[in-house]
Design a protein around this ligand. Structure first.
Ligand SMILES: [Zn+2]
Length: 120
């Protein structure tokens, strides 16, 4: 299951940060997921709860931010948001475009007790 492996990656990233920053109860984890990653937020949340049960991450709230798909037109040079998975430049209608973002999976913030760890 796609979301399960993503949830496992998130937990790994959080654990690495915990190891580097001491221990404490994790209150929330904010992740940024590109629309192209095809993640269903409810499934991801469900998997995250399932695999953190009984670990120091138990009870942490997963906050999922979805980011738009952005494509760069090779013909006219415009960056535009891709809607409805139509990969065509809205300015010159060229299909010679390259996706520049929308595939990311990034842990952007981990909140431990009252302390925030920002992961870049
Ligand atoms: Zn164009």
């Amino acid at each position: 299951m796609h979301e399960l492996s993503i949830a496992e990656s998130i937990v790994d990233i959080v654990r690495e940060n915990l190891a580097a920053n001491g221990s404490g109860a994790v209150k929330s984890v904010r992740v940024r997921v590109g629309e192209l990653a095809g993640v269903v937020p409810d499934s991801l949340d469900f998997c995250f709860i399932a695999i953190t049960n009984g670990t120091p991450l138990e009870g942490a709230k997963l906050e999922i931010e979805k980011t738009n798909i952005v494509a760069h037109c090779q013909d006219c040079g415009v960056d535009s948001k891709v809607e409805g998975l139509v990969f065509q430049c809205p300015v010159c209608t060229s299909t010679n475009i390259q996706v520049v973002s929308g595939n990311e999976l990034q842990v952007v913030e981990i909140e431990i007790d009252d302390e925030k760890i920002i992961d870049h």
